[in-house]
Design a protein around this ligand. Structure first.
Ligand SMILES: CC(=O)/C=C/C=C(C)/C=C/C1=C(C)CCCC1(C)C
Ligand SMILES: CC(/C=C/C=O)=C\C=C\C=O
Ligand SMILES: [Fe+2]
Length: 559
C-alpha cells in the first residue's frame, strides 16, 4: 500500500508555559499553514515547536512533530488547542477497514481555545475545526483544517476576540464601545459565526457547518475542507438563533427558530436545492419568560416534538459582559417543562404535555407507539438527560476539563425516555430507558442508524462513563430492547461521538461500523472503527498528532 508511516514522527513537544498549566497558555502547533514556511518559522522560534515535513503520496503535507512525553492529565490533548490551517495525510491502518466503507466522515468541533495569550473559558467557545476521515478501498486519508469564519479571521487579524461567542464577549475599550456593541447585539452583528458545533450534508449535496447562531451556517468543501462561504437563508423569517441540530435527510431540513420576543418557536422546513425555510407552524411557550434552550429536538415519522426545557434563554444574561454560571441561560424550575407535538403536514399542535423537569443537549430519537390495531397511542422521545441538573454546562468549562485529578467529577446522566400520551392527558412521563449504571451514569453525544430516524429503534451509540472521571470517557452501545449497554474504554482516552455508518444493503439495524476519534492521555490520538453489531474493534489508525476533542459529525458517501 502506498502509505505514509507516521510512527516515529509523532514527537510532541509542549512549550514550557504549557507544562506549567493552562493559566498561561495552552496552545501548540500554533499558526502554520501548508506552504507558509515564513509564518511557521516565526512560531517555531516563539514556541519551540519542532515540525517535520513529510512527502505524502497525495500531496505535500506538513506534519507537526510533537515530541512524545508523558502529558499530565491537566494537559490532555483533548482540551489543547491544535491549529492546523491545513493538513492531509494517509494513515497506517491496524486491522481491516471494510471494503464497503466508501466515503468521508466529517467531524466538527472547537479546536482552538485561545487567541494570542488569552485563553477561552468554555469548551463551546473554541474556534471551529474540521477533521475528515476518508475511507476508500480499505485505506484511510485524514485531514484537518480550520473553518474560516468571520469570527476566526477577525480574531487572528486583530489579535483579540471580536464577536460574542458562547461565553466569551469582546473586551470593550470604553463605555461607548460597550453601548455600541449592545446595539449590534440586537441586529445580530456582534454575534459569532464560529460554526463549531456540527456539520450536515443537505439533500442537494451541500455540506454546511453549524452552530446556534443563524449566521454561523457556513458551507464547506467536504474534500478540501475549505470554507466556501456563508449559507444565506433567502427567506425573511429573521431571528438570530436556531437549533444547532437540524434534522437533515435527503428530502428535507427541519429546524426550530426560538422567538425570544414573543416566547415560542417557529418550526421550519427547507427543501433540498433551496435556501428558503418555510414555516410549518408555531408553538407558543407555556411557561417562563423566554423559550427553553433548543440545542436539539426529535421527530417521529409524522410529528415534530418541540421541547420547552426549564433551562431558558435569558436576555438579561445575554447582555452581560461577564459569563454567569449558566452563561446565556437561566434555570426556571417554576416555569415547568413541556413537550409540544406538532403535525409535520398541517403544523397543528396535536398535544402539549407537562413533563418532569429535565436538562438535555441531545435528543437521541423519537417514534410513534402503536396499539394492536395500529393506532398511534403515544410518542416516545429519548434524550441524553442530565438528571434535571444544569451543572453539566459549567462542568464543560475548560478549567474543569483541564483539572482532572482522579476524583469523580462528572454529574450523573441517563437515557431519559419521555412518553407523551396522545389521548389528551395533560402530563407526560420521564423515566430512564435503562439502568444508568449500565453506562457508568455518563450519557451524551449519541447517534443512531439514520434509517431508523423517527421510527421504533433498538440501538443507539453514545459516550458513557467509566468512573472515576470528569468527562464521558467510554463508547457505549445501548440496546433498548434488552436494557443493556456494551462499553468500550481505553484508559485515559477521551473518545468523541461514536458515529454509526450502515453497511449498504444491511437489513439489521446495527449492521455497520461506528467511527470515533480518540484523544489519548499521552498526547497522541487515533481513528477507531468498531463493529456496529459486536461493538468490537475492527480497525484503528494512529494520527500523526493528537486531536482536540470534537463534537458532531456527518457521513458523505462516495457516489
Ligand atoms: C458548541 C455548542 O454546542 C454550542 C454553541 C453555542 C453557541 C455558540 C451559542 C451562542 C449564543 C450566542 C452567541 C448569543 C445568543 C445565545 C446563544 C445562542 C446561546
Ligand atoms: C460534550 C457534551 C456533554 C457531555 C456531557 O456529559 C455536550 C456537547 C454539546 C454540544 O454539542
Ligand atoms: Fe450538540
Amino acid at each position: 500500500m502506498d502509505s505514509l508511516s507516521f510512527s516515529g514522527i509523532c514527537r510532541y513537544r509542549v512549550s514550557p508555559s504549557t507544562r506549567l498549566g493552562f493559566d498561561q497558555s495552552n496552545h501548540i502547533n500554533d499558526g502554520f499553514s501548508l506552504g507558509n514556511k515564513a509564518s511557521f518559522d516565526r512560531k517555531q522560534d516563539r514556541q519551540g515547536l519542532a515540525i517535520t515535513r513529510v512527502a505524502s503520496p497525495l500531496k505535500r503535507a506538513i506534519v507537526p512533530s510533537l515530541e512524545k512525553e508523558t502529558v499530565p492529565d491537566q494537559n490532555h490533548v483533548a482540551w489543547t488547542s491544535v491549529r492546523q490551517e491545513r493538513w492531509e495525510g494517509e494513515l497506517v491502518v491496524q486491522g481491516e477497514i471494510p471494503l464497503w466503507l466508501k466515503g468521508t466522515y466529517l467531524r466538527n468541533g472547537p479546536g482552538i481555545w485561545h487567541i494570542e495569550d488569552y485563553n477561552f473559558r468554555h469548551l463551546f467557545d473554541g474556534y471551529a475545526t474540521l477533521v475528515k476521515l476518508h475511507f476508500e478501498n480499505g485505506r484511510l486519508i485524514a485531514g484537518h483544517r480550520q473553518i474560516e469564519s468571520e469570527a476566526y479571521k477577525a480574531a487572528r487579524k486583530n489579535k483579540k476576540i471580536c464577536f460574542r461567542e458562547f461565553s466569551e464577549v469582546p473586551k470593550h475599550e470604553n463605555f461607548m464601545a460597550y453601548v455600541g456593541d449592545l446595539a449590534k447585539l440586537f441586529s445580530g452583528a456582534s454575534l459569532t459565526d464560529n460554526a463549531n458545533t456540527g456539520v450536515v450534508k443537505l439533500g442537494d449535496g451541500r455540506v454546511v457547518c453549524l452552530t446556534e447562531t443563524q449566521k454561523g451556517s457556513l458551507v464547506i468543501d467536504p474534500n478540501s475542507l475549505e470554507t466556501l462561504g456563508r449559507f444565506e437563508y433567502s427567506d425573511s423569517l429573521g431571528g438570530l438563533i436556531h437549533s444547532a441540530h437540524p434534522i437533515v435527510t435527503d428530502s428535507e431540513f427541519l429546524t426550530l427558530l426560538p422567538d425570544l420576543l414573543n416566547p415560542g418557536y417557529l418550526v421550519v422546513r427547507m427543501e433540498p436545492g433551496t435556501n428558503e425555510r418555510k414555516v410549518i407552524g408555531r408553538v407558543n411557550c407555556r411557561g417562563g419568560p423566554a423559550p427553553g434552550w433548543v440545542h436539539s429536538f426529535p421527530v417521529t415519522e409524522h410529528y415534530v416534538i418541540v421541547p420547552e426545557m426549564p433551562l431558558r434563554y435569558s436576555a438579561q444574561n445575554l447582555l452581560k459582559a461577564q459569563p454567569t454560571p449558566l452563561y446565556k441561560f437561566k434555570w426556571h424550575p417554576e416555569s415547568k417543562a413541556f413537550l409540544h407535538v406538532m403535525c409535520k403536514a398541517s403544523g397543528k399542535i396535536v398535544t402539549s404535555v407537562e413533563v418532569p423537569l429535565f436538562v438535555t443537549f441531545h435528543f437521541i430519537n423519537a417514534y410513534e407507539e402503536e396499539d394492536e390495531d395500529g393506532r398511534v397511542t403515544a410518542i416516545i422521545a429519548d434524550c441524553c438527560e442530565h438528571n434535571a441538573d444544569a451543572a453539566i454546562l459549567d462542568q464543560l468549562r475548560l478549567q474543569n476539563l483541564r483539572s482532572f485529578n482522579g476524583q469523580d467529577m462528572l454529574p450523573d446522566a441517563r437515557v431519559g425516555r419521555f412518553t407523551i400520551p396522545l389521548d389528551g392527558s395533560p402530563f407526560g412521563k420521564l423515566e430512564s430507558a435503562l439502568d444508568p449504571d449500565e453506562h457508568g451514569r455518563g450519557m451524551d453525544m449519541c447517534s443512531i442508524n439514520p434509517a431508523n430516524l423517527g421510527k421504533k429503534y433498538r440501538y443507539a451509540y453514545a459516550c458513557g462513563a467509566q468512573r472515576p472521571c470528569h468527562f464521558p470517557n467510554t463508547l457505549t452501545k445501548l440496546n433498548f430492547a434488552k436494557k443493556k449497554a456494551k462499553n468500550w474504554h481505553d484508559e485515559g482516552a477521551v473518545p468523541s461521538e461514536p458515529f454509526f455508518v450502515a453497511r449498504p444493503g444491511a437489513t439489521e439495524e446495527d449492521d455497520g461500523v461506528v467511527i470515533s476519534l480518540i484523544s489519548e492521555k499521552n498526547g497522541s490520538g487515533y481513528a477507531l472503527l468498531l463493529d456496529g453489531s459486536t461493538f468490537e474493534e475492527i480497525a484503528r489508525a494512529k494520527l500523526p498528532y493528537g486531536l482536540p476533542y470534537g463534537l458532531h459529525g456527518c457521513w458523505v458517501p462516495k457516489k
